[in-house]
Ligand binder design. Sequence first.
Ligand SMILES: [Zn+2]
Length: 154
Amino acid sequence: MPDAPRPYDPACIFCRIGRGEAPASIVYRDADVIAFMDIRPVNPGHVLVVPIAHAGSLADLAEHDGQPMFSAAQRLAGAVRRSGARCDGVNLYLADGVAAGQEVFHVHLHVLPRFAGDGIRLAAFGRQQSPSHHAASWMGLRTQSAGRLAPRRI
Ligand SMILES: [Zn+2]
């Protein structure tokens, strides 16, 4: 049986880049993902890794498209460290939903080179909680993910 066609949205700029219908500075491509320079780089070497198949959110992304995205991001993180760009560390950043800062609604993973004093930080940090607080959150996650995550016993 032939593979189903990949989800594609002609109004989506990342789908259009994936098909070569819109310009981008492409640094990597394989059968599942494409990576290109962010048009608004936070630091030099800032790359986006994008599944070729359209998925507006993580919930829409097939696992078989998420895994190659992360694998490509790992390889690109190594490449940016070796590239000569100022890079003492790397953040992988994925914004899922408006509240999380997602601006293009085609899942993408930022490979963000970092260096000391670059001024970038996630400004909010949680307050330390007791294990009893964790238990309440954990039970909710287990209920919602039943049969999908197969969490390990700890
Ligand atoms: Zn798309």
